[in-house]
Design a protein around this ligand. Structure first.
Ligand code: FES
Ligand code: FES
Length: 174
């Protein structure tokens, strides 16, 4: 069955997005999720598809600074938004502090959940509601790790939390 020509005749809509600091003017089908736009259309495959149903957190990105499951967002609802994916947080030579902490704490095994874990942790720290290790575990509970690297993930996030200016977290957890 010839699917591609049929899909190409279906209507698309204009969409303007900034992704990792780069402006994009796109034409997308109305049913395209942000996750599929990133991975399939723009080849930003750092963001992972796990469940595709909002249950695992593997697809977490930052939309206007807030962590979101990109599999649950229709791309067209985000016109004018600014999206940050794992590719936009840092590079191997200049890692984001959370990326560095994940490496230092060996906070992954297969790595499939890791981009979502790190993007979620960036959003978590910006939300300002985390003050203890228990908070980290509770507020990261939407990000599933099938390898069970939770202890090291919490260690990595705790290290970055403790290093933030004015953060009294260290006293809170001791
Ligand atoms: Fe989006 Fe699982 S792929 S929550
Ligand atoms: Fe394998 Fe988390 S490191 S799923």
């Amino acid at each position: 069955m010839d699917i591609a020509p049929t899909r190409s005749r279906l209507p698309t809509c204009p969409l303007s997005l900034t992704i990792n600091g780069t402006p994009y003017n796109l034409d997308v089908h109305p049913w395209t999720t942000l996750l599929d736009l990133l991975r399939s259309d723009l080849e930003l495959t750092g963001t992972k598809k796990g469940c595709d149903h909002g249950q695992c957190g593997a697809c977490t990105v930052l939309i206007d600074g807030e962590r979101m499951n990109s599999c649950l967002k229709l791309a067209l609802t985000l016109d004018g938004a600014s999206v940050t994916t794992i590719e936009g947080l840092g590079t191997p030579d200049r890692m984001h502090p959370l990326q560095q902490a994940f490496v230092e704490h060996d906070a992954f095994q297969c790595g499939y959940c890791t981009p979502g874990q790190i993007c979620s942790a960036v959003g978590l720290l910006e939300e300002g509601h985390v003050h203890s290790r228990d908070d980290i575990r509770e507020l990261m509970s939407g990000n599933i790790c099938r390898c069970g690297a939770y202890t090291n993930i919490a260690d990595a996030i705790e290290q970055v939390l403790a290093s933030r200016p004015g953060e009294s977290h260290r006293e809170a957890v001791e």
